[in-house]
Design a protein around this ligand. Structure first.
Ligand code: SAM
Length: 260
């Protein structure tokens, strides 16, 4: 949670009114003592997640560059700025959230850039970022691996990745190959799988693909990442792999992604 000096009553009322005018908030930020989403259905969100994740990220991020994909109201961007990050860029497709983020950053006196941009166009942003946050977006995508392959090109040091998980939460080691007639593996609940949501899940028609843990971890690895930490059930900290896979699959997938 961002804790900042409290305001007098008049300023507080004005701030509360402005927060309300910006629409319903998904991020419960603390703006000088005024909360933006005090009645969030997930509690004090995303602070409930951050309290587990924050230990996995250096306290001192002096000068580090950060890209926050699907930044929403800017919670993670703000946290990175509080740790001294240099350039912080938040992107999102939703103007309501971008405006909330801009307002929150201005209210807290933080220099954070917000830009309307889809993750599918993230490869058009110049250069790489020390830290890339890709939190809570993956399962909202119809083309999740296409997006992930673009996201990893932007990662200089670490990717902080979160997805909703359903089904098995066990980490499954998969074999290097399976026989064509081996159909049993597909009945194993721990085998990597994604659940396709044809209509709606959690009253949200933008939920498309929800992986189990093995699928989430397998996709991260197959996109060229090494998992270095798993601070909470749905979040992984990854680094780009230095060595490409011996069978060249990683290279092939990326060449393919570039042509799509
Ligand atoms: C569940 S919220 C997660 C917000 C925040 N990253 C977090 O973890 O708390 C999903 C966010 O992703 C954004 N989003 C959805 N599709 C996107 C896309 N194609 N590109 C970028 N952002 C997207 C939504 O507008 C929303 O702000």
């Amino acid at each position: 949670m961002v804790t900042t000096p409290h305001l007098d009553e008049i300023d507080r009322d004005r701030l509360t009114q402005r927060i309300g005018e910006l629409g319903e908030w998904f991020h419960n930020l603390d703006l000088h003592g005024v909360r933006t989403a005090p009645n969030h259905f997930l509690g004090d969100f995303p602070n409930v997640k951050w309290k587990h994740i924050q230990k996995s990220i250096p306290q001192d991020l002096s000068g580090a560059s950060v890209l926050d994909i699907g930044c929403n109201g800017g919670f993670y961007s703000i946290q990175m700025k509080l740790r001294g990050a240099g350039r912080v860029l938040g992107i999102d497709v939703d103007d309501r959230y971008l405006n909330q983020g801009r307002f929150a950053a201005a209210t807290l006196g933080m220099d954070i850039e917000f830009e309307k941009r889809s993750v599918y166009n993230v490869d058009q942003i110049e250069g790489q970022f020390d830290y890339v946050f890709f939190m809570g977006v993956f399962y909202h995508l119809r083309y999740p691996l296409f997006a992930l392959d673009k996201v990893i090109k932007k990662v200089q040091k670490k990717l902080v990745f979160q997805t909703m998980i359903r089904g098995s939460e066990e980490a499954k080691q998969v074999d290097s190959d399976y026989d064509f007639w081996n159909k049993e593996i597909f009945s194993d609940p721990h085998f990597p799988q994604m659940y396709f949501i044809e209509n709606s899940y959690a009253n949200d028609p933008t939920n498309w693909w929800i992986p189990n843990r093995a699928a989430a971890e397998g996709m991260l690895r197959s996109s060229g990442l090494e998992i270095i930490d798993h601070p909470e059930t749905e979040t992984w900290i990854c680094e780009p792999k230095t060595a490409l896979r011996a069978d060249g699959k990683y290279i092939l997938d990326h060449e393919l992604a570039g042509t799509l």
